[in-house]
Design a protein around this ligand. Sequence first.
Ligand code: NAD
Length: 490
Amino acid sequence: MAETMLKHPETKNYVGGKFLSTAGKRTMEVITPLTGDVISNVILSGKEELDQAVAAAKAAFPGWSSTPIKERVQVFFRYKTLLERELKNLAALVREENGKILDEAIAEVEKSIELTEFACSMPQLVSGELLEVSKGVECRIEHKPLGVVASIAPFNFPHMVPHWTIPNALALGNCMILKPSELVPVSSQRIAEMLKEAGLPDGVFNIVNGDREIVEAMCDHPEIQAVSFVGSTKVAKIVYQRATANLKRCTALGGAKNHLIVMPDAHPEMTATNVAASMSGCAGQRCMAASAMVAVGEIDDMVRRICDESKKIVPGKNLGSVISRAAKERIERYINEAEKAGAKVLVDGRNCVVEGHESGYYVGPTVIDYVTPDMAIAKEEVFGPVLAIIRAKNLDEALSIENNSNYGNAASVFTQSGGVARQVMERASAGMIGVNVGVPVPREPFSFGGWNESKFGVNDITGKSSIEFWTMLKKTTIKWNPESRTNWMS
Ligand code: NAD
C-alpha cells in the first residue's frame, strides 16, 4: 500500500463530544520519525482544560452508567465494525506518527479490534451473583462503575494502548479522560471521532493532550476516581505514588528488560527467527521485546544463526524508525558503552541511514555478544532493536540473571525439553512467560501485566483482571416475604 503522509495542523482536546480550539494555548510540534518533518501541533493542556473535561465526563456519567450494559456494549459492536472498515487508514496514521512499518501498524490496530471484541462480551462476564443465604433472604453482588476515570498512554502503541483501557472502562459504565503521548497524539483524535460515529454519547469519552503538567493534574484532581498509566518505570512510580497519595486507585505499567533464555537443545531455525523478530519488531520499542538473551552452554551455532537472521532485517523495509533523535542517540550510546566495556558487536546498527529518509531516526538491528550482567546494557531498558547476549554456564545461572532484574514484564525460554520449560515457568520472576515464544503477549481474555518494577498496583490492565479495576462491588441483602419463618437474618 502506498505510504500516506497526512498533515494534521492541530491536535485538539476533545471534550463533551467536541474538538476545542487550541487558539492562544501552549502547543508543541509533533514530528514524524520517518523523516523528521513536523506533522502537527498538539495542545499542552493545564488544569483549566482538565476541569472542562472532568465537568463533561461528570455530566455524562449518570446517563451512561444507568444505561443497561447490554445497551452500552452495542456502541462497541458498532465501533468494532468501524475499526475494521478503517483498518488501513488507521494503520497508516500510526505509521506516520510512530514510525513503525505498515504491517506492524496493521497488527496494532487489529489488536485494538480484539480488545474491543472483548469489551463486547462484558455482559457475559459481569452478570453478578445471587444466592438465597437464609430462608427468604437473598444476597446479591453487582459490579458498579467508579465514575470519572483517567488513562495515560505512552508513545510506542498510539492506537492499541488506549484500547487497553477505553473499551473495558466504558463498557463497564465509566466516563473517561484519555491523555495520549504528546509524541503521538494524532491517532487518538480518530478514536474520538469513531466512538462518536458508533453512537457513544457526548462526554463519556474525552481527550486532554499535554505533558507532565496535565498528568500531575490528573493525579491530583479530586473528581477523578482511578488512574491507569502505561509508560516508563520512572514515570510509573511518580504517577502511582501521586495518584494513590490522593486516594485514587491506580494501575501503573512501567518499563521492561525481558530475558530470553536459549538452551543448547533449542530448535535452531525457530529460535533464531523468533529471537531476531522479538528483538527488532517495532524497532525494539515494545515492552515485550527481547532485550537480553541468556545463552546457556555451547551455543555458538545459534548465535551465528541469530546474526544471520538479524542481517535479513532491513531498516526502512522491514524495520521501522525509532521515535526521535534523542532515542537514536540513547540507543547508540548504550551500544558504544557496551563495546567500550568489552562486549563484542556482532551485528552493528549504528549510524544507520535509510535512502529517501535521510533525516529519519533509524537504528539497524544490533547483536552484541559477551555482555556481562554488570553492564548498563544488561540491566537498563534500551528500547531499540538491540540484543545483548549474556553467556551462562547452566539453567540455574541463567535464571539467577533473569531473577536479578529490577523489571519483570516478560521472560521466555527456548528449549525442546518439557522439564526445562517447566522450571522456567516456575522460577522466572516475570508476569508473562513464553515457552518457545519470543513475544509472549497473552491474547484476550488473558490479562496483560508484569511484575516487579514493570507494574505497580494490584490489577492487570486488560482481560478479566481489568473488571475489578474499573468497578466496585455493591453487595445487597434482600428480604421481601414477611411470611418466611423467623431465622438468624431476621
Ligand atoms: P514515558 O514514561 O516517558 O511517558 C508515558 C506518559 O507519561 C506520557 O503520556 C507522558 O506525557 C507522561 N510523562 C512523561 N514524563 C512525565 C513526568 N515526569 N511526569 C508525569 N507524566 C509524564 O514513556 P514513553 O517514552 O512514552 O513510553 C515508553 C515506555 O513505556 C517504555 O519504558 C516502555 O517499556 C513502557 N511501556 C510499558 C508497557 C507495559 O505494558 N509495561 C507498554 C508500553 C510501553
